[in-house]
Design a protein around this ligand. Sequence first.
Ligand code: CTP
Ligand code: MG
Length: 225
Amino acid sequence: QTIAAIVPAAGVGSRMQHSMPKQYIILAGKTILEHTLAKLAQLTQLSKIVVAVSDNDPFYQNIGFIDVKIIRTVGGKERADSVLNGLLALSDNPPDWVLVHDAARPLVAIDDIENLIAQCTHANEGGILASKVKDTIKRGNTHSEQTVPRDDLWQALTPQLFKYHELKAALEGALQQGVTITDEASAIEWANKPVKLIAGRSDNIKITTPEDLDLAHFLLQKQHS
Ligand code: CTP
Ligand code: MG
């Protein structure tokens, strides 16, 4: 079974309010994108790592060489468009599976990725890393109207692992119909295909707002010490 990775890295990072896209912020000695790619490069199972980068991105060319398996492709308007471009970049020799992982999640544990790959390939079903919701969840606008039972609520993380052809068909179909897709799993759900939930570490955060930076810095330093 062949597995390739796709790393969407074409966002602008508007919520981070930084002078450059957040994937190029330096933490613990290198850019967030380099930390993420260095993690994926440790997985010997991956045949290729496709990085989707914005067309007019002046930063990617300056990142350090990480692995010969890494290839660059162009990103798209939304995250799903970037992932689809990544799939198209692999279409000459498509892998059996694709592992999609956000550039903005450099903290992912290698063990968790290996567990995701082992469980999904064993069950022959796609799946995602996810963590059980810990907080009490309220529904409402100005006032809480309801406390939502959380026993079956999960926070979706990445990586997300799906069959190449299944994901391509689901993304194309969902995009064509204007369905809102914020991750691969939402496209697969739209296509009525199974999505396994694989418990992963909750410190696999998506670096999104300025207050995430100190925590990410701390955790990256800890991983490298
Ligand atoms: N991404 C992408 N192409 C897009 C939008 C996002 O490849 N058109 C990538 C981002 O670079 C990031 C991942 O998808 O690695 C998750 O997206 P998100 O955290 O939302 O990043 P941004 O879209 O850059 O941030 P924001 O939504 O705050 O603008
Ligand atoms: Mg975004």
